[in-house]
Design a protein around this ligand. Structure first.
Ligand code: SF4
Ligand code: SF4
Length: 365
């Protein structure tokens, strides 16, 4: 359950904002809270996940510290959001797994799986890890395709199942009605896919004291980079099973082009988000989601870096080592996905559906 302290503080701030209403045009959280007079737990979970921590209301607020009202909505909503992640996670025993040591757990898991794969290759064919291999099927001479598919298919299926179960629990916790209109879903997907609210209100997403904020751009690069990499895997699967063509593919073949563009987007997007987090103004920096957020960014960065290095050096003797490393990182990314900041995208989408249903307006205002 969400801690009573975070809930009480969120409720206190909701009442202040509801009386003040200065920020009602800044983001959807304010019109949503103005439709309420009381704030039960489900509504606070909804409002917290509608917030995307842009910080605009903090700098606009005349009651932010050092004022005695001590209004810091971004930070308090981040705390409620963080606890709602833990409350919805599946299986429940994994709650809080990455909260404190997310980076270490993810990196150690990646290196363990990479070590296991390298050891397996070494036992099957001694010396194979450091031999140059070229042409179709080069990867599968090191690790048979069937084993690769079984291992990663299992990790991916587990991640999708856990994300689905977590979203179902979150939907219940937020009390999203069982029947929601297709129009609300369309609108919510449109708002989430365009990150529309990251330039709501006066157009500012506050991150640093000076200079333009680039979080929207980095979000886009990371999210669409990840989708392009998934598309690359789907096309490669079709090549393998339908066309009978084995990886690695030529540089300008579709799976490689999709993976390269996606990998570059993920590499610089995750790096940009990490730097934006480090340079965020102190009062907006929340430690509530630090573990899961940083771990997710690190795993996205390592996945794209190891993938691009494998592409660049796939005909060199080091290919076997890079393949083992890349597969280890991808496995760890899949395994930790349901416990990472990935859930933010899913839960915010559900919060936008509820908001669109409630507001009945195209932009949820
Ligand atoms: S954040 Fe501050 S200025 Fe904005 S509505 Fe709340 S109390 Fe008013
Ligand atoms: S931090 Fe941004 S998204 Fe969150 S309540 Fe404030 S203005 Fe809205």
């Amino acid at each position: 359950m969400c801690s009573a302290r975070a809930m009480q503080e969120a409720e206190r701030l909701m009442r202040i904002c509801n009386a003040c209403r200065y920020c009602e045009a800044v983001c959807p959280v304010f019109p949503a809270l103005e439709r309420r007079r009381i704030f039960p737990r489900a509504d606070l979970v909804f409002l917290a996940n509608l917030c995307h921590e842009c910080g605009a209301c903090y700098t606009a607020c005349q009651f932010s510290p050092p004022h005695e009202f001590d209004v810091n909505l971004p930070r308090v909503l981040a705390e409620v959001r963080s606890e709602s992640y833990g409350d919805s996670v599946w299986p429940r025993a994994m709650s809080g797994l990455l909260a404190r040591n997310g980076v270490w757990i993810s990196v150690v898991l990646a290196l363990s799986v990479a070590g296991f794969i390298a050891g397996m290759v070494g036992v099957r064919t001694p010396g194979a890890l450091l031999e140059a291999r070229v042409g179709p099927g080069a990867f599968y001479e090191l690790m048979p395709h069937a084993i690769m598919v079984s291992l990663f298919g299992a990790a991916f299926s587990f991640a999708m199942t856990a994300l689905y179960m977590s979203a179902r629990e979150f939907r219940r916790a937020m009390q999203l009605p069982a029947s929601t209109s297709a129009a609300s879903w369309r609108q919510a997907v449109k708002l989430a896919a365009s990150l529309h609210h990251l330039e709501s209100g006066d157009g500012s997403c506050v991150n640093t004291e000076d200079g333009p904020d680039r979080r929207r751009l980095f979000h886009h690069m990371t999210a669409y980079g990840l989708l392009l990499c998934l598309a690359s895997t789907v096309v490669a699967t079709i090549y393998h099973y339908v066309l009978g063509r084995e990886a690695p593919y030529p540089l300008f073949d579709l799976p490689v082009v999709l993976g390269t563009v996606g990998g570059i987007g993920m590499l610089f997007g995750s790096l940009g988000l990490f730097i934006a987090r480090l340079t965020r103004v102190a009062m907006l920096r929340s430690t509530a989601n630090a573990g899961i957020e940083v771990a997710f960014l690190v795993m996205l960065f390592l996945t794209s870096l190891s993938g691009l290095m494998l592409l660049a050096l796939r005909e060199a003797p080091v290919m076997g080592v890079l393949l083992a490393l890349h597969l280890g990182v991808v496995f760890a990314l899949f395994a930790t996905l349901p416990y990472s900041k990935m859930v933010h995208g899913l839960y915010r989408l559900l919060a936008l559906v509820r908001h669109t249903e409630e507001s009945g307006t195209p932009d949820g205002a």
